[in-house]
Design a protein around this ligand. Sequence first.
Ligand code: CTP
Ligand code: CA
Length: 231
Amino acid sequence: LGGGSLQQDLAGTRVLISAGGTREPLDPVRYLGNRSSGRQGWALARTAAARGAEVTLVAANVEDAAPFGCTVVPVGSAAELHAAMTARTGDADVVVMAAAVADFRPTEVAADKLKKGSSSEPTAVALTRNPDVLADLVAARRAGQLVVGFAAETGDADDDVLGHARAKLARKGCDLLVVNDVSAGQVFGRPDNAVTVLAADGAVTEVAAAGKDTVAAAVWDVVVPRLGSRR
Ligand code: CTP
Ligand code: CA
């Protein structure tokens, strides 16, 4: 296999990852969406598979081809992502929520295309809160299963980035939270970004500015010692 040693520290581990960004339908042709590319989720899947894991990717609106060796389950909306993750979580040793899930969806979805000048011409969009997939996966977590969340945070008048992130980790109840500092100038327009991995057990792992594969590898490096003999 050539020169480098091939790390197989995820051999036999079943990994379930959500990636991409959900689209919340307004009518048959329109949706509310977000800019998530799915690339961080793809990097997590690729690196886990390379280290021996059995990977299922629940992919919301990602065009990229499936990473080698991974099973891809395509979904559209937050409701579909929620159902797909809930159906598969029981088999997973590690669950990673890298998808950007819309917090809200249009309360009503028009059966027919909304038209200009019609009696139904909309003037506003009413929104309804979507289920919190991560919180539901944590609630359904079986013994020994590790649940990983992601968060993009900025500091503000109330708290700094890590303060907000620690509060989110506690609120969500997951085992690890991968935190991206998106304060002005930190991420936008830059190819690399630094992350901090917070663990519920208090451990803090800083990952210096790096590409998405390096961030993904760092996440698995934090996960592996926490898997113990659970598999
Ligand atoms: N998430 C989820 N379901 C949602 C919203 C978010 O599973 N409806 C997950 C994301 O995939 C991510 C984590 O929760 O792993 C944190 O997402 P974030 O948007 O930072 O958290 P929210 O609870 O939505 O908080 P905020 O109000 O700051 O957006
Ligand atoms: Ca959110």
